[in-house]
Design a protein. Structure first.
Length: 266
């Protein structure tokens, strides 16, 4: 992948404990081209950050297979809103990193470059908050880990929605025009598909119908274009080449592929 600067010194936090009431089944377990949706989201963040990966779930919630080393924590205040879970994740990483990208489970089109660029926009701010597709996007945003005590105070006061935090801290709101004009995102995520979530069965089905990410396959016969959402979708063992941010050696079948990846069969 032609670069977005590699992984950032940051944590990745994924919130998995939502009730999925509109979907009707747990979103974390939904299949995404051979990988559970939660597995994909965590693995995408592993390509954007070099710090801890944390999943915050509902207490006792079963989870699909996760990338090795993923830390699992319980949401301390269920049904209040996402803030307690965000605070729990930030508190868990605060002694190791200064910043984190926080994502919901249901971002199947999240690109690691998007997470990396939001972390870049945190400079001088407490929160880097995308505002696009008609909404603020607090569950695809960058946060300073030092916000954990502020979130704990809000949680104790019964406040669980992100706007209550944003009213108290320094927020960099990044509007859609700014996001679309970012040269890295314009190349790798021009439609800001990283912000597409799936709340209903209809939205999930529509997302599944989208074309898989465009990747390049290098082989003895030269370079060819291909489309696949996971390494397993290419039909055989593959390894990353070029600047693709991925582990050395054959990639596991569930490993997420994204636009711009370059790979080799074998």
């Amino acid at each position: 992948m032609r670069g977005y600067g590699g992984r950032r010194t940051a944590a990745g936090i994924v919130l998995a404990g939502g009730r999925s009431s509109r979907m009707g089944v747990p979103k974390a377990d939904l299949d995404w081209h051979g990988a559970a949706l939660l597995t994909r989201t965590v693995a995408v963040l592993s390509r954007a950050v070099d710090g801890p990966l944390v999943v915050v779930r509902a207490a006792g919630q079963p989870l699909p297979e996760l990338p090795g080393g993923t830390e699992v924590l319980d949401d301390p205040v269920p049904n209040l809103g996402p803030l307690p879970a965000i605070g729990t994740g930030l508190a868990a990483v605060a002694n190791r990193v200064d910043v984190a990208f926080v994502a919901s489970t249901d971002l199947p089109l999240l690109h690691p470059a998007f997470a990396a660029r939001m972390l870049d926009r945190l400079a001088g701010h407490d929160v880097a908050l995308p505002v696009a597709h008609g909404h603020h996007q607090p569950l695809a945003a960058g946060y300073r880990a030092a916000l954990a005590p502020v979130i704990a105070e809000l949680t104790d006061a019964g406040e669980g929605r992100p706007p209550s935090l944003f009213a108290r801290v320094g927020v960099c709101r990044i509007d859609e025009a700014s996001l679309r004009s970012d040269p890295v995102l314009a190349r790798l995520d021009p439609g800001l598909d990283s912000l597409v979530n799936v709340n209903t069965a209809e939205e999930y089905a529509a997302a599944l119908r989208r074309p898989a990410p465009a990747v390049k396959l290098h082989g003895a016969g030269g370079t060819t274009a291909a489309r696949a959402a996971t390494a397993g979708g290419l039909g055989g063992p593959v390894v990353a080449v070029g600047e693709t941010v991925a582990p050395a050696g054959p990639l596991p079948a569930w490993f997420p592929l994204v636009t711009g990846d370059e790979l080799r069969i074998g």
